[in-house]
Design a protein around this ligand. Structure first.
Ligand code: SF4
Ligand code: SF4
Length: 320
């Protein structure tokens, strides 16, 4: 399976430098940077780095589009105030799996005004990655979102805005349609049949796997497509109120608890199965579209090495 092709032009380093600086303009520039602790994080920089190699930051793009504690409105004097308009951002060095995750979030939050306002002010430049041993990205997943992709010698236009930038860069010619460079993940992602998954309800597999789960929520926090949230009001003694959307997590004890104290998923086995279903089989209106892009962040973040891929393989091989 090939990654999709997009309009593309040759673009050498010196030309890319000028183009990226022009695109940066008055935008905030963000890119993955390696800290002294060896961890890559998305960080704000003075200028776009000219590195044609993508890195997976510990927290993906959702940290900019869906911040962990996101003010929805504030009420005080003289009344309700919406959040300030989002800044224009340029993010560079984004890997293909994170571009696919962005496409997933774009669908999930298509009707969310705050997300859409931020998304409209975001320009994303992707780059080729070197897959880790536990990466499992899939070319037949969602087509990558983002605007441009630069591999050090060629520039691709992914979005209408990106294609316009590519076309402007070749006023005398026309871009060629070229496939994106293909990452070669060490392992393919196992695709689970919905019938096998449904038949696994109550199977000992889930409790056995979840027996060592600490319910810390790290796997969901780092996942580029996990976006569950809780809405909390902070009412202060001075009479002001701020409503915030804060990250929630399907491994937390009160995530599935409803009025009257009933909990749809009281045990960790049920919570692990719920997360597996969401990631590998899709969810709600996006049922059938796996939300997992194979980035491997969850298995790297999990302190007790819980990994969805061996579970998927087991369901594929043995059914329930
Ligand atoms: S489930 Fe794990 S591997 Fe899949 S997208 Fe989320 S963090 Fe990445
Ligand atoms: S990171 Fe591991 S231990 Fe923590 S909630 Fe996820 S599966 Fe459980």
């Amino acid at each position: 399976m090939l990654w999709p092709a997009f309009p593309s032009i040759p673009l050498a380093r010196e030309q890319a430098e000028g183009l990226f600086l022009r695109l940066a303009g008055d935008r905030q520039v963000w890119s993955p940077q390696c800290g002294a602790d060896g961890l890559w994080r998305l960080q704000m920089l003075d200028r776009p780095p000219l590195d044609a190699a993508a890195q997976l930051p510990f927290l993906p793009l959702k940290k900019l589009l869906l911040p962990a504690a996101d003010p929805l409105w504030h009420h005080g004097s003289p009344g309700y105030a919406p959040p300030p308009p989002p800044p224009a951002l340029l993010v560079t060095g984004v890997a293909l799996c994170d571009l696919q995750a962005l496409a997933y979030l774009d669908q999930t939050f298509a009707d969310d005004p705050l997300y859409c306002a931020r998304r409209a002010r975001l320009l994303v430049i992707g780059a080729p990655c070197t897959p880790a041993d536990d990466c499992a990205c899939r070319a037949d997943g969602l087509p990558p979102a983002g605007d441009l992709f630069w591999d050090g010698t060629r520039l691709w236009g992914l979005s209408p805005a990106g294609r316009e930038i590519v076309a402007e860069a070749v006023p005398d010619g026309s871009p060629q349609t070229v496939a994106l460079p293909v990452p070669s993940p060490a392992q393919p992602m196992s695709m689970v049949d919905a019938a096998d998954f449904l038949a696994s309800a109550g199977a000992p597999l889930w409790e056995a796997e979840a027996a060592r789960c600490l319910a810390c929520g790290a796997c969901s926090a780092v996942c580029p497509t996990c976006a569950c949230y809780e809405v909390l009001d902070e009412a202060r003694l001075d009479g002001t109120v701020t409503r915030r959307r804060v990250w929630d997590n399907c491994f937390f004890t009160d995530h599935a608890r409803v009025a009257g104290g009933f909990d749809f998923r009281p045990g960790r086995g049920a919570r692990l199965r719920f997360r597996f279903e969401h990631k590998r089989l899709g969810f709600g209106p996006l049922r059938g579209l796996p939300a997992c892009v194979g980035c491997g962040r969850c298995r790297r973040a999990c302190p007790v090495d819980i990994d969805l891929e061996p579970i998927a393989r087991r369901l594929c091989q043995e059914g329930a």
